[in-house]
Design a protein around this ligand. Structure first.
Ligand SMILES: Nc1ncnc2c1ncn2[C@@H]1O[C@H](COP(=O)(O)OP(=O)(O)OP(=O)(O)O)[C@@H](O)[C@H]1O
Length: 273
């Protein structure tokens, strides 16, 4: 694994690691699709997992949330062994917002978001006023309050995406995982979703999102984790990781990496000539 000179490992030495995943491996049909992956993120940071189709981004998120079992490796979050926790305890700590959840279930939007409260509601209890308030707040945060009573499967792709995020927020996790959260979203909705994630991290939540848009990753993430063929090939701040050479090596395309005139963050201009 290659780390940049200013990689995440350096950040961790001065800031406590919230998420420390080490040597994660996972095979499908005898092939390693996650191969010795390390992820270290400080408390309250936003990590973007990028890489080509099939690189292993979604699988990595599934391993972190525990819906797929690792073949080897460990995941510590705030010092707790995440993979050893009971499902319910882990679900109070980690939430994954997925692209394709809850389709055609007949549930209303409000019910889908209430599913996020499941780990917090006693086994034999039902939802209370505080759960309903959390759900209302989560729907409001993603701008979907007006859709609370709509059947989920009547929503557009972008509306569903926002409801999935509301469900994850309603879980009140300390580690928020997002699988391609900007899919289907118009540009304003993308920026608003990522601002929302940034507000969460400012409040101390640690977030990891699988993203395809390198400019979005560069603009919002504190750290970029580049996956290729199941391995981390670079990790660290976007400004050190996202070079034309790396983009060429990993994606096989030519790109110039410019600087945003106000933020100084990388702006990737693809060569379409
Ligand atoms: N259910 C499955 N059975 C067999 N192979 C799978 C399965 N799910 C994923 N894979 C394989 O695992 C590898 C990693 O897939 P994964 O979905 O994690 O990649 P990704 O980086 O999220 O890709 P994308 O950007 O296309 O969403 C791919 O080669 C994929 O074909």
């Amino acid at each position: 694994m290659t780390r940049t000179a200013h990689g995440l490992g350096d950040a961790v030495s001065i800031t406590p690691a919230a998420l420390a995943a080490s040597r994660l491996s996972f095979a499908r049909d005898g092939r390693l699709v996650i191969d010795g992956v390390d992820v270290d993120l400080p408390v309250g940071s936003f990590g973007a997992a990028i890489g080509p189709n099939g690189a292993g981004k979604s699988t990595l998120l599934q391993l972190l949330v525990g819906t797929l079992p690792v073949d080897s490796g460990a995941v510590l979050f705030d010092g707790a062994d995440l993979l050893a926790l009971r499902r319910r305890d882990r679900a109070r700590m980690v939430a994954l917002s997925e692209q394709h959840g809850d389709g055609d279930t007949g549930l209303r939007v409000n019910d889908v978001v209430m599913l996020g409260r499941t780990p917090h509601i006693g086994r034999w209890a039902s939802e209370g006023p505080s759960d309903r308030q959390v759900v209302a707040d989560a729907l409001s945060a993603v701008g979907m309050s007006a859709f609370a009573d709509r059947p989920f499967d009547t929503l557009s792709g972008g509306e569903r995406q926002r409801v999935q995020l509301a469900r994850a927020l309603a879980q009140q996790p300390r580690l928020l995982l997002l699988d391609e959260p900007t899919n289907h979203l118009d540009v304003r909705a993308q920026l608003s979703l990522l601002s929302l994630v940034r507000a969460q991290t400012a409040a101390g939540i640690t977030a990891v999102a699988a993203l395809h848009d390198l400019n979005i990753a560069a603009a919002y993430a504190d750290a970029v984790i580049v996956l290729s063929d199941g391995k981390v090939v670079a990790a660290g701040p976007a400004a050190s990781v996202l070079t034309g050479e790396l983009i060429g090596d990993v994606y096989g395309v030519r790109a110039d990496v410019l600087r945003h005139p106000r933020t100084g963050r990388p702006l990737i201009a693809f060569d379409t000539t």
